[in-house]
Design a protein around this ligand. Structure first.
Ligand code: SF4
Ligand code: SF4
Length: 327
C-alpha cells in the first residue's frame, strides 16, 4: 500500500445525482466538492473503464500531493495507506430522485415542490446488476440514500434486496420516517441497515412548522417499530436526526423534548446537523456563527453525554463543533 492523502469516495465511491454522477455528495467544506464523474447520466450505458480512468487521474494527483481545490477542507481527506492497485467500488450514494412525502422548510425542493415531486428520474437497478455481475463491488464500505424520500422510490425494495444478497454490509437510509418500510425493518434485523429518521422537532407544533405535513404521531410510531427491530447487541442502527434551523427550532426546550421522545421510544443514537443554506451563507460572508448557536451546539453535546446518547455529528454541526472545539 502506498501512503498519501486521499479519501475513500475518491478512491472507491460514486454518487448518483438526478442527471449526472459525482465522486461524492460532500459540499459543506471550503472547496465545495462537486467533482464530476459523468456530466449527463440517464441510468444507461455506464462506461466503467472511463470512470476508473478518471478516478486514476485524481488518485495520481493525490499520490503526488496535488489535492483538487474542490476537496480543500473536507473531513474525508486522510493521510494513510491506500490499496489503489485494484479497481472496485465500495461506496455508493443514491441521490437521483427528488419526490418526497414531507415538505421541509429547509429542503432544496421548497423552491418548487410540485416540480420536484413530479421530476423524472432514472432507475439504478440495471447499473447495480451490472456492478455485481462484473464483481466490481466490495463489502467494507457504505451504501447511502438521501433523495427525495427512499421509501417511496419504486425500486427501493429491489435495491435493498440486491444489496443484501450481494454482501453490502453497511447501508444507511435517510428517511422522512412517514412511511414504514418492511425492507428497512428486514435490513435492521440483519444488522446491516442503519436508518436515520428526520425529526427536527420535539413537539407536534414545531414538527408541523418544519415539515408542513401533519405526521408527527405517525413518525414516532414508525421510529418505535424500527427501534424494536434492533437486536439486543446493536442498538445504534436506528437514529433520529435534528437539523437546527435558526429562529425555528434553535432552542433548548425543543431539544429537551426531542431528547425525551428518543428516550421514550428506545433510541440510543442521535444525529445533529445545522441548516445547510444558513451555514453556506455564513461561509460566504466569512461570518462567525452567532453565540446563541454555538451555545446551543455545546448544550447538545453536553446533554447527549449526560443522557448517554451516541451523538453523530453531520457535516455542518461537525464543522462548527470542531471549529469551537466542542467535541
Ligand atoms: S475529499 Fe471530500 S470533496 Fe473530495 S472527493 Fe473526497 S469526499 Fe468528495
Ligand atoms: S425529508 Fe428530506 S427530501 Fe423530504 S422534504 Fe425533508 S429534507 Fe427534503
Amino acid at each position: 500500500m502506498r501512503e498519501y492523502t486521499s479519501c475513500h469516495w475518491l478512491q472507491h465511491g460514486l454518487s448518483f445525482e438526478n442527471d449526472h454522477i459525482e465522486m461524492c455528495c460532500l459540499c459543506c467544506h471550503k472547496g465545495g466538492g462537486r467533482l464530476n464523474i459523468a456530466d449527463k447520466y440517464n441510468g444507461k450505458g455506464l462506461k466503467w473503464e472511463d470512470i476508473f480512468r478518471l478516478k486514476e487521474k485524481f488518485i495520481e494527483d493525490n499520490r503526488n500531493g496535488i489535492i483538487d481545490p474542490r476537496c480543500e477542507g473536507c473531513f474525508n481527506l486522510v493521510h494513510r495507506g491506500w490499496d489503489d492497485d485494484e479497481k472496485y467500488i465500495n461506496y455508493l450514494h443514491f441521490n437521483h430522485w427528488t419526490h418526497c412525502n414531507s415538505d421541509c422548510i429547509y429542503c432544496y425542493t421548497k423552491w418548487d415542490k410540485k416540480a420536484f415531486n413530479t421530476r423524472k428520474h432514472y432507475q439504478v437497478m440495471p447499473m447495480l446488476k451490472e456492478l455485481f455481475k462484473k464483481k466490481m463491488f466490495r463489502a467494507g464500505g457504505e451504501v447511502t440514500f438521501a433523495g427525495g424520500e427512499p421509501t417511496i422510490l419504486n425500486e427501493f425494495d429491489d435495491i435493498i434486496k440486491i444489496l443484501l444478497k450481494n454482501g453490502a454490509d453497511r447501508i444507511t437510509v435517510h428517511t422522512s420516517g412517514i412511511k414504514f418500510s418492511k425492507a428497512i425493518e428486514k435490513g435492521i434485523k440483519e444488522g446491516v441497515v442503519n436508518v436515520c429518521l428526520s425529526a427536527d422537532s420535539g413537539s407536534r407544533d414545531t414538527y408541523l412548522a418544519v415539515k408542513r405535513v401533519d405526521k408527527f404521531a405517525k413518525f414516532w410510531e414508525n421510529v418505535e417499530k424500527y427501534a424494536q427491530a434492533q437486536s439486543e447487541d446493536n442498538k445504534l442502527l436506528v437514529e433520529t436526526k435534528y437539523v437546527i434551523i435558526p429562529e425555528v427550532n434553535d432552542n433548548k426546550e425543543e431539544i429537551e423534548k426531542w431528547f425525551s421522545l428518543n428516550l421514550a421510544y428506545g433510541i440510543k443514537s442521535i444525529v445533529v446537523d445545522i441548516e445547510n443554506d444558513y451555514c453556506r451563507d455564513l461561509r460566504k460572508e466569512g461570518a462567525k456563527a452567532p453565540n446563541h448557536l454555538v451555545d446551543l451546539c455545546n448544550y447538545i453535546v453536553e446533554r447527549a453525554k449526560e443522557l448517554d446518547f451516541n451523538l453523530v455529528d453531520y457535516n455542518n454541526f461537525r464543522y462548527l463543533t470542531s471549529e469551537y472545539k466542542l467535541m
